[in-house]
Design a protein. Structure first.
Length: 324
């Protein structure tokens, strides 16, 4: 047996300092809080307690346990085959967005329902609104092109009293649109956030899943199960993330006063030059790129605004004057 990894190696020190998932998973404690997880916990090759991360059922049980332990979510479920995302990385995005708002608010982290966030592609899992609500008290609108996902997210909100009235889920009627037809007249958001489809085709998504499963050492054939799941619209779109984010930039440019900070995750660094060109063409006044990392995976979020300094100051005075 290989010697156990030292405790420091189990910590996720690349995560945001406020991310509660920086420490190694405490599987005994998580299993006590969520007994269904216990069936999946076993010693790994290093002698440390873990789960088989290639097993979709185990990943789902871990997510449910984490949501109960850290966010007080007692009732969480997703339809079979829908995306079951790793929670630590999702939490990082939310915490970095809070930092972004704090920079525009005299260093004060923004808490409260006065902060409104649009989550583009909320998914059946509703993870970003859950974390943002429980950590900062923000109000969310979650959009999706998939009616099943919207209904599942609505059921999560309805089943947990701590989320009551905090999340409004909307169906985007046009699958090729992002903000068009969704943001209502006169509606404004402090933030938008998005984890865009990564792949450019179904074949590319399948190949990516094959590589991931092989890396986990559990490949058993040409069609491995997606350990984190995902429907087509969650995993790929024509042109991949580069095309999706460019469309997002273009649509945001048509409504420059609807949001203070538009943001998106960008998985591939090769996508960045095209995004920057699109932002320059759209007339963004400020563009920020914030690096993020979860283990070996490197990513970043890009944030942009069309507000002038005077308009930013007015926004802060009128909308954020009461936040705490």
């Amino acid at each position: 047996m290989k010697p156990p990894l030292p405790a420091a190696a189990l910590e996720k020190d690349q995560l945001h300092p406020r991310n509660p998932h920086r420490a190694a998973y405490d599987f005994p404690q998580l299993s006590q809080r969520s007994p269904e997880l216990a069936a999946f916990v076993q010693a790994n090759q290093y002698g440390n307690l873990s789960i088989d991360f290639a097993n979709p059922a185990a990943v789902k049980a871990l997510n449910r346990a984490l949501l109960r332990q850290f966010y007080g979510i007692e009732h969480w479920d997703i339809p079979k085959g829908y995306l079951c995302p790793p929670i630590p990385g999702r939490a990082d995005y939310v915490h970095y967005l809070a930092d972004l708002l704090a920079e525009s608010n005299g260093g004060t982290l923004p808490h409260g329902e006065e902060i409104t966030v649009l989550d583009v592609g909320v998914g059946a899992n509703c993870i970003y609104p859950i974390i943002g609500r429980r950590e900062y008290g923000w109000h969310f609108v979650g959009s999706d092109v998939d009616g099943v996902a919207v209904r599942a997210a609505q059921q999560i909100e309805a089943a947990n009293p701590s989320l009551a009235g905090a999340i409004e889920c909307r169906l985007q009627p046009a699958r090729t649109r992002i903000f068009d037809g969704l943001i209502q007249a006169g509606e404004v958001f402090d933030l938008t956030m998005c984890n865009p489809p990564f792949h450019a085709s179904a074949a590319a998504a399948a190949a990516g899943s094959q590589r991931k499963t092989a890396n986990l050492g559990t490949s058993r054939g040409p069609r491995p199960a997606l350990n984190f799941g995902g429907q087509n619209n969650e995993l790929w779109c024509e042109g991949g993330e580069a095309s999706f984010i460019r469309r997002m930039v273009q649509e945001s440019g048509r409504r420059p006063r609807s949001c203070y900070w538009y943001t998106s995750l960008v998985s591939k660094k090769e996508t960045l030059p095209g995004v920057y060109r699109a932002l320059k063409t759209a007339g963004a006044t400020v563009v920020r790129t914030i690096d993020m990392a979860q283990g070996q995976k490197k990513s970043r979020l890009v944030a942009w605004t069309f507000l002038t300094p005077a308009q930013q100051a007015k926004w802060q005075a009128e909308r954020w004057a009461t936040i705490h």
